[in-house]
Design a protein around this ligand. Structure first.
Ligand SMILES: NC(=O)c1ccc[n+]([C@@H]2O[C@H](COP(=O)([O-])OP(=O)(O)OC[C@H]3O[C@@H](n4cnc5c(N)ncnc54)[C@H](OP(=O)(O)O)[C@@H]3O)[C@@H](O)[C@H]2O)c1
Length: 327
């Protein structure tokens, strides 16, 4: 089968298409013919061994992915496709089923085929969704769901989402709306209309207004692109409010530190515990018209280097999808 492989950490050009052996499903595994996948931030950070995040994070990244070079040659976590074969013990899926999911740190989705245990993060696709629409649901959206849960977001609470136009942010706006919170989205001028259309009650253009100076306060400040900080957010938090980041080592310490005292808290948990059940939740939300992954662009797998370079600009709106084989 064809797959995007890499043998050393480095810039996007280390990626190339190669013929590799097609995986064979074990007894409890499903073989999926991948139709669509994504290039997300986990892919780009893993490929460069998190060098852009400093030496300590890079060392941790190598401990997870391989000290000298990548243990797993194929990146890609999110996927949507069709079941091609099943192991003898598989009960939930049958050949021909349309499925979607997330391989997590096992990666392997930038390929024509992948194998997954049926108990892992794989579920039937939302009815009516295309492969391209289903693939980008299980990274940014899972991340956002995890963050909003950790902030214990409730109906009627006020949440500000900083970086509302990225993969996590666009999902965060829709989920906060689903939780019936009052949503303020912060993004640049070009994305104001988008975040309003996703359900934000109001949108702030950070190129024109600093939300920390407008006197408003929030129960939750969700920093969805890692561009803000607890220190800068504190003054805009309610006395028992939560600052929820998606990034930053320092936030781990702040989470521990603030958990010991009363008042404003940081909630940042690693690793996020995504569940198979969450795929079922998103299937229901998508079928009910309450969630849709925002897609910036869709490219063929052959264009993975260009797609990766684009993701690295940190300017994508929502998600970048790769199509793998003709649906
Ligand atoms: N380490 C990992 O493995 C991993 C995995 C997943 C996510 N994450 C973290 O999760 C966060 C978000 O990931 P993502 O994939 O959702 O990001 P993303 O999609 O790449 O975010 C892109 C968006 O960020 C906005 N942006 C760029 N600079 C900004 C700034 N200075 N202030 C506010 N917004 C800005 C841009 O929109 P505007 O033009 O509207 O500003 C753009 O739409 C990142 O911190 C990422 O590192 C990490």
């Amino acid at each position: 089968m064809k797959a995007v492989v890499y043998d050393r950490y480095g810039p996007p050009d280390v990626l190339r298409i190669e013929d590799v052996e097609r995986p064979v499903p074990k007894e409890d595994e499903v073989l999926v013919r991948v139709h669509a996948t994504t290039v997300n931030r986990l892919d780009v950070h893993t490929r460069e061994a998190n060098r852009s995040n400093g030496a300590a994070v890079s060392m941790l990244s190598r401990l997870v992915s391989g000290i000298r070079g990548p243990r797993r040659r194929i990146l890609g976590t999110e996927f949507a496709g069709e079941v091609e074969a099943v192991g003898a013990a598989v009960r939930e899926f049958a050949v021909g089923d349309r499925v979607y999911g997330n391989t997590g740190l096992a990666f392997g989705a930038h390929a024509e085929f992948l194998c997954m245990r049926e108990s892992a993060r794989i579920a039937h696709m939302p009815a009516g969704a295309s492969f391209e629409e289903a693939a980008p649901v299980s990274d940014g959206a899972f991340n956002a769901l995890w963050c909003l849960r950790s902030a214990e977001l409730r109906k009627g609470q006020r949440i500000l989402i900083y970086g509302a136009s990225g993969a996590i942010g666009t999902a965060g706006v829709q989920l906060a709306r689903y939780f019936e919170a009052d949503v303020t989205a912060v993004c640049s001028t070009k994305n104001l209309e988008l975040v309003r259309s996703l359900g934000a009650d109001r949108a702030i253009d950070y190129t024109k207004e600093d939300f920390t100076q407008n006197g408003e306060t929030y129960d939750v400040i969700f920093d969805a692109v890692g561009k803000h900080s607890f220190d800068r957010s504190k003054g805009s938090l309610e006395p028992n409010g939560f600052y929820v980041p998606t990034d930053g080592f320092r936030n781990l310490w702040l989470t521990l530190w603030t958990s010991r005292s009363r008042g404003k808290k940081v909630r940042f948990q690693l690793p996020p515990r995504y569940a198979k059940q969450d795929l079922v939740l998103f299937k229901e939300l998508i079928e009910a018209g309450k969630f849709k992954a925002v897609i910036d662009r869709t490219c063929p797998m052959e264009d993975v280097v260009e797609a990766t370079k684009y993701v690295e600009t940190q300017q994508k709106t929502g998600n970048v999808v790769l199509t793998v084989s003709r649906a």
